[in-house]
Design a protein around this ligand. Structure first.
Ligand code: PMP
Length: 463
């Protein structure tokens, strides 16, 4: 890297010239930032010389770990051969063909076609346009409404944020756009246990929200239901076991499409190739990104079912006026191919299901015994710790939601572990290559973080 400044001067330059995503710049001081300079495996190094365990795999994406020379080499070779060409106007190229073939092999049997973009957000823009176009092609142009869920995350573009169910995001930019309807989420710890229902009944109730919305709005107006198999950014919300079977029943009897947003759950995170495999659902669309390239280069896409693909191949469909300059970018496709080869060769999906997943889950569930933790949940390598003020009354929450989560997150960084705070929970999503020893280190740093947070809260009179 050419820039040659001291750690402090780097931070000052970042502060002066770089507007960060999802950041309150009013409170983001020069020295609040970390400048990450190097990474290898599950480890990060910053310009202050700290080594930090990357418990979030970057931003839920570096599934094969950092610094994989196989991907670097594949990208270098592709860049020398053909660094860019488009896939518009009846052209294609080798890496996009090879990757599409590979994806058809690992995605569910009824999904064999993919449309590319560069991110999860633009994949959801694509999905919104495809879903509505599909019903136009099928002669049902009134089917336009997409049902989503409160506290869902589907990206930051206008369509992505509208499909998402984050109130704060909707408040900026006059969202959601028309034609999106949000139903309740299956968040047992946050909302279910306060309802007086059992967890199983709450799961069924939350699923039936979908049926109630379809009744209310009219099946002839509904185009699709979109959901993350497990909500990620919303707080790693693993739904009750009764939720997806009930949703599946509803989808089976209703004439609407199902979009399983696999941007985080896809490519092994939950110990199956996709969240849809994990829960046995049958999607019509799967937006994908993140683990597709493990974040080595930006690439996203929308995998679609055969029935959708057939509709778009129908001669009555005409041209689909949609695409991005970087749809199927050759170097990004080369990164994805090399990445998927690693996932297959190292059996990372099976490893999460049978080996490192159960190991980390055991450590994680043991943290559930800590006095600060109300619930410790984890599916695959995807987990959350709910922090509570009084373990003897799990319905109680901290006042000033988010404050304790932030305190804990800051302690975690100091203890050499990246965990993310969502409200007053801590979440993790480490690389799928995590070793047993590293899982132990992760759990140790997480426990110290809970102890340190407890001490801070005690000294501030908050517990
Ligand atoms: N969908 C889901 C489920 C996500 O978690 C994310 C990103 N966290 C997105 C879409 C948006 O992806 P991107 O940030 O690549 O635009």
């Amino acid at each position: 890297m050419r820039i040659n400044l001291s750690s402090h001067d780097l931070k000052a330059a970042d502060h002066a010239h770089h507007l960060h995503p999802f950041t309150d710049h009013g409170t983001f001081g020069i020295d609040d930032r970390k400048v990450i300079s190097r990474a290898d495996g599950v480890w990060l190094w910053d310009t202050d010389g700290n080594r930090i365990l990357d418990g979030m795999a970057g931003l839920w994406c570096v599934n094969v770990g950092h610094g994989r020379s196989e991907i670097v080499e594949a990208v270098r070779a592709q860049m020398s051969e053909l660094s860019y060409y488009n896939t518009f106007f009846k052209t294609s190229h080798l890496p996009v063909i090879e990757l599409s073939k590979m994806l058809a092999e690992v995605t569910p049997a009824h999904m064999n076609m993919v449309f590319y973009g560069s991110s999860g957000s633009d994949s959801n823009d694509t999905v919104l346009r495809m879903v509505r176009s599909y019903w136009d092609i099928m002669g049902k142009p009134d089917k336009k409404v997409i049902i989503s869920r409160k506290n869902a995350y589907h990206g930051s573009t206008v369509a992505g944020a509208s499909l998402g169910g984050m109130g704060g995001m909707h408040g900026q930019g006059d969202l959601p756009i028309p034609g999106i309807h949000h139903i309740e989420q299956p968040y047992w710890f946050g909302e279910g246990m306060q309802s007086g229902m059992s967890e199983a009944d709450f799961g069924v109730w939350a699923a039936q929200e979908l049926d109630r919305a379809i009744e209310e709005l009219g099946e002839d107006k509904i185009a699709a239901f979109i959901a993350e198999p497990i909500q990620g950014a919303g707080g790693v919300i693993v739904p009750p076991d009764t939720y997806w079977p009930e949703v599946k029943k509803i989808l089976d009897k209703r004439d609407i499409l199902f979009i399983s947003d696999e941007v985080i759950c896809g490519f092994g995170r939950v110990g199956e190739w996709f969240g849809a495999d994990y829960y046995g659902t049958t999607p019509d669309f799967m937006p994908i990104a993140k683990g597709l390239t493990s974040g080595y280069l930006p690439l996203g896409g929308v995998v679609m079912s055969d029935r959708v693909a057939e509709a778009f191949h129908n001669s009555a469909a005409g041209e689909f006026y949609h695409g991005y300059t970087y749809s199927g970018h050759p170097a990004a496709c080369a990164a994805a191919i090399a990445n998927l080869e690693i996932v297959k060769k190292e059996k990372l999906v099976e490893r999460v299901r049978d080996d490192i997943g159960p190991v980390l889950q055991k450590f994680w569930h043991a943290l559930g015994e800590h006095e600060l933790v109300g619930e410790a949940r984890m599916a695959g390598l995807f987990g959350a710790l709910e922090l509570v003020p009084d373990k003897s009354d799990l319905a109680k929450r901290f006042a000033n939601v988010g404050r304790v989560g932030t305190i804990a997150r800051d302690h975690s960084f100091k203890n050499g572990l990246v965990m993310r705070a969502v409200r007053d929970s801590l979440i993790i999503s480490p690389p799928l290559t995590l070793s047993e020893e590293e899982a132990g280190l992760l759990a140790k740093a997480a426990r110290k973080t809970l102890d340190d947070t407890w001490q801070t809260l005690k000294s501030e009179g908050l517990v």
